[in-house]
Write a protein that binds this ligand. Structure first.
Ligand SMILES: CC(C)(COP(=O)(O)OP(=O)(O)OC[C@H]1O[C@@H](n2cnc3c(N)ncnc32)[C@H](O)[C@@H]1OP(=O)(O)O)[C@@H](O)C(=O)NCCC(=O)NCCS
Length: 333
């Protein structure tokens, strides 16, 4: 709590994103594995994805995204109180990606850490920042989703290698006395019982780098696409309804829902179940594929910069991913 036990508002004062220049198209992938542009497009909606070069590490992508977000917010480095980076592809095992970003941007008053919740990483981080800002402890927190998934994708495995791409998105969460706007509601959930749907085994304490892997492909991420597909649809529907209910809103009042970009068909089938119109649902997966934690903040930045989300608009953000984890947020701009 602040000194007077006052609860503040927490609003998004700036957004930013950054993706590598290199594009990997469906045509490129069809030369690497037995697949086709037609299969990938009809099953996923993805046309191309960005791939980082060896200098474009997760911290590098994060730094660029943060610069854009801080510029929009009009904030200098000393005004940032914390940086939280949702990622499953950190700069190193340790120290955190956040520390590299803190140093590079000269955030001398900020503490920094990474938060690992796979595709839900950005919304989990947003929820943490929301609590810190609303209790009055910090004025401005940088929240990110940043990934170099190409470093853990098996480019011999056709079901997963077509899905993923690299990128970073950032948002500044800032304190305000106006509690009627900003991050109005967040919800986060987990079910570790579903971990085998989507994972990367190496190299943690169970499969340490010091012991040879029985199966070399365990260096890469693995997924049970079908299982994840069905759960994702159900979660998007449930989380959307929770967000509406939290503030007694009707779906017609939501300007834009920004779901995690995992598969256009998953997004379309959940929006159909919710009875949303096409122009209420943001889909940019054709350009970037699934960038895990980065997908929602990249899409959010596009919505803000294109003027799709402006003052007074309600937006609902929903993520689902490995863990299993899920999360949602209701934001009023
Ligand atoms: C992965 C995904 C695109 C697969 O689509 P699908 O419609 O479920 O397809 P299936 O896995 O049932 O496979 C159907 C067939 O296509 C084949 N196939 C798989 N990948 C292929 C590819 N890239 N190109 C061509 N054929 C492919 C399969 O081998 C299978 O062939 P079979 O019927 O002869 O056995 C889809 O399940 C999905 O998007 N799941 C969620 C993604 C996810 O987990 N994201 C991460 C969490 S956020």
């Amino acid at each position: 709590m602040g000194s007077n036990n006052k609860i503040f508002g927490a609003y998004i004062s700036g957004t930013g994103s950054f993706v590598p220049d290199k594009i990997l198209t469906n045509a490129d992938l069809s030369k690497m594995v037995d697949t086709s542009d037609e299969w990938i497009t009809t099953r996923t909606g993805i046309k191309e994805r960005r791939i980082a070069n060896e200098n474009e590490t997760t911290a590098y992508l994060s730094i660029e995204a943060c610069r854009n977000a801080m510029e929009m917010a009009g904030l200098g480095p000393e005004e940032i109180g914390a940086v939280i980076i949702g990622t499953i592809t950190p700069e190193m095992v340790f120290p955190s990606t956040g520390c590299f970003v803190q140093q590079a941007l000269g955030l001398k008053n900020a503490f920094a850490f990474d938060l690992q919740a796979a595709c839900s990483g950005f919304l989990y981080s947003l929820s943490v920042a929301e609590a810190f800002v609303k209790m009055g402890k910090y004025n401005n927190i940088l929240v990110l989703g940043a990934e170099t998934l190409s470093t853990i994708v098996d480019y011999n495995e056709r079901t997963s290698c077509i899905l993923f791409g690299d990128g970073a998105g950032a948002a500044v969460v800032s304190r305000t006395d106006d509690t009627s706007k900003g991050v109005l509601y967040t919800n986060c959930g987990a079910d570790g019982g579903g971990w085998e749907s989507l994972y990367c085994k190496a190299y943690g304490s169970r499969y340490p780098v010091s012991r040879p892997l029985e199966d070399e492909s365990d260096k890469f991420m693995k997924l049970q696409g079908r299982e994840v597909y069905q759960l994702a649809v159900r979660t998007i529907v449930d989380e959307f309804n929770l967000c509406l209910k939290s503030h007694d809103l009707d779906k017609s009042q939501i300007k834009m829902i920004i779901p995690h970009q995992m598969n256009a068909r998953i997004i379309e089938s959940s929006s159909k179940r919710l009875g949303l119109s096409e122009d209420q649902v943001y889909i940019n997966i054709a350009k970037y594929g699934n960038t895990s934690a980065a997908s929602i903040p990249i899409a959010l930045d596009e919505c803000v910069r294109q003027g799709i989300l402006t003052k007074g608009d309600y937006s609902i953000l929903i993520a689902f991913g490995a863990g299993l984890t899920w999360a949602s947020a209701l934001i009023k701009f």
